[in-house]
Write a protein that binds this ligand. Sequence first.
Ligand SMILES: [Zn+2]
Length: 468
Amino acid sequence: MSKIVVTEPFYLGRDDCGYCHGKKDERFANEYMKSILGPSESFTIGASIQFISTQDYDDFMNMGFRRSGDFLYKTDMLRNCCRYYTIRTNCRYLKVKKNHRQVINRFIAAISDNTSPTHNSNKNRKNKPFNLEDMMTAELNSKRFKTQFQPSTFTEEKYELYKKYQVKVHNDLPEDVSESQFKRFLCDSLFKEEEINGTDEEWDSLNSWVENAVNKKNPKAQRLGPTHECYYLDGKLIAFSVIDFLPSGVSSVYFVWDPDYAHLSLGTLSGLREILMVEKLSLDYYYLGYYIADCPKMVYKGQFGGELLDVCNETYYPLTEVEPYIKNSNLFVLGAKEQTQEFHLTSKYPQSVKTKENTIPLENIVDQIYNQQTFDNAQKTVDTLSKDVKLTDEFPPVVPGLIPVAQLQELIDSGNVEQITMGFYLRNSGKLIYKNFSEMNQSERSSFIICLRVFGFIKVSRIILVVL
Ligand SMILES: [Zn+2]
């Protein structure tokens, strides 16, 4: 099994939030939560990744993480002012809306030329029922438009477009946009070298997905790894999509478009096109990153339909089902009311939770977390644990989606913790040492427990922690 090489995860609070700019004081429905938490703040759990397989990243994404360059992070779903729900969709969830149809029709008209069959069929399109797949046929027939999939490496052409986009669309100052920042953000990744480079078969297969889909041929190989898809119109780069191909689907990282082509709504178009590509490549899901229900910038994501991740249970629920729970920046955790308090944070037992779902009707049990008793119990556990291991104050005792401290205690008390070994890579000496719990010193135990809480029981035994 491949290793996961990381630096020690950290927990960081900031009074600045890029989405709501500190305007969410009413985020807790419950008086207790209001009493223990201050005003709007954002809280990130993150780690620098040196090396990871696409399969492990896929798993982490389904635990609520995302990557930015080679930085892996998620937010504290309890305390963060904006709730960052992992959202994914596919053709089954997609209900094509009027604005989607308009975007596709405009795109088809824009890429057709007078001689192409696409153009001739334009006149009749109004009478024809809308079909998302017309987009592929139009692309295949167009001599003016093409896309090209390529490794996520730096080129001058992509950088120039990125700069134009950041300055004009995001109002960045030109001096703040640099080549190194572009590389860190959209070219660097945390994946293995061979996955970054890909094989000729993978690239050929991707670059002919439209042709294969129209001709109903199966692709030759599935690409795994970070990828740029460049959109060219009349030979000019007008957009590029930064995506990760993963075992369970395609994850959208970022999309850059030329402001001169704003009328083509290329962001929406690329979303629809990538959902269709996922379907045609027989992949399961299209991951759109995070969804913040009350953030206007994110409305477009909800329009593609899909499902949201419940980080406590590591289970997805349809957006339409959980929509009532997430209004006003609220958190949802689905469970059965009669279950014990330990249940709502049991990422340890995703299987048993799934079994229970079939028999017990689920409802939002988040109030079991918004509860003084939960906090007091967790604090008591941390105090008891401190005999064996010094837990840093950095991570709060209750964080949805991290392994609950009660489960850590159970693991240590039962002695089962001895079955796990973790690697420590000493950067200064270049040595790699594997240790189990009894062999670790105090600070190693502390690091081990943090990795265990953040990355979970299954992943921790394959972790190599980079230390000084
Ligand atoms: Zn916010």
